[in-house]
Write a new protein. Structure first.
Length: 248
């Protein structure tokens, strides 16, 4: 089945340090039911070949490398990332408008442009963490909002944000701005290093387009069952009807 026609809302984070484990789990998953995310851990081990392998198997791949560097370097890197077949890529919004616009321009030059989203405030950060690095905005949602607005003004397709901030951002930034939310924890699952979390159903109700879910699925005794339980929790909303389609 064509995964794009189906438009699954769940993105499984393949946070593994080796390709064998990642491919083993991907081999048990169905591109019609989920997308996959490759982050820095797996990419450092397996590189672009893993993106291509999973894309060949029919998966939409979110390449979550969170670029944050000078405008020129980020633009050039986005151009390369766009060329290896990722469905979505991301940059840190705190890199500022010149960096974000450089990323936008680079992605627009690609023959098949991936979605480009900006990371606002990591879902693992608390207000104390922000104060520690000199960003004393209270409440923390204010900093997320500021960065999300910046992303929209620079033409990005959406943001990665906490599901706790999704409702606020949805109301402010409109229906077409993608909200991608990690920090998802089904009731009873361990928070781990995450701090600003919600359940899958709460994230969908708050307006999240895509739910990034790692350990609650990948570390579950039965990952397929864990995925099925999350799908059951969110019901028909598991297949996103509303997200903006991929850019032409
Ligand atoms: O295991 P868990 O569900 O916490 O995985 C969440 C995934 O989302 C991780 O791969 C993490 O790097 C990523 N992520 C995040 N917060 C962001 C952006 C990405 O947790 N703001």
């Amino acid at each position: 089945m064509d995964s794009k026609a189906n438009n699954p809302r769940i993105i499984v984070a393949l946070d593994f340090s080796d390709a064998v484990q990642a491919e083993a789990l991907a081999g048990r998953l169905d591109p019609a039911r989920c997308r996959l995310k490759i982050g820095t851990e797996l990419f450092t081990h397996a590189g672009p070949a893993m993106v291509r392998t999973l894309a060949r198997r029919g998966f939409d791949v979110f390449l979550d490398l969170k670029f944050h560097d000078t405008p020129n370097t980020v633009g050039a890197t986005c151009e390369v990332a766009a060329s290896i077949g990722a469905w979505m890529i991301n940059v840190h919004a705190s890199g500022g408008s010149r960096m974000l616009k450089s990323a936008r321009a680079a992605v627009d030059r690609a023959s098949r442009p991936p979605l480009l989203v900006g990371v606002t405030v990591l879902t693992s950060l608390t207000l104390d963490d922000l104060v520690e690095i000199g960003i004393p905005h209270a409440p923390i949602a204010e900093q997320g909002r500021r960065l999300a607005r910046l992303c929209k003004s620079c033409g990005l397709d959406g943001v990665v944000c906490s599901p706790q901030e999704a409702a606020l951002l949805r109301a402010e930034l409109g229906p077409d701005f993608l909200l991608v939310t990690p920090g998802i924890r089904p009731r009873g699952s361990a928070a781990g290093d995450q701090r600003r979390v919600t359940t899958p159903a709460e994230a969908v109700a708050a307006g999240s387009d895509y739910l990034v879910i790692g350990r609650p699925i990948t570390q579950a005794p039965d990952p397929l069952r864990a995925l099925a339980e999350i799908e059951a929790e969110i019901g028909p909303a598991g297949l996103a009807g509303s997200p903006a389609p991929a850019r032409p």
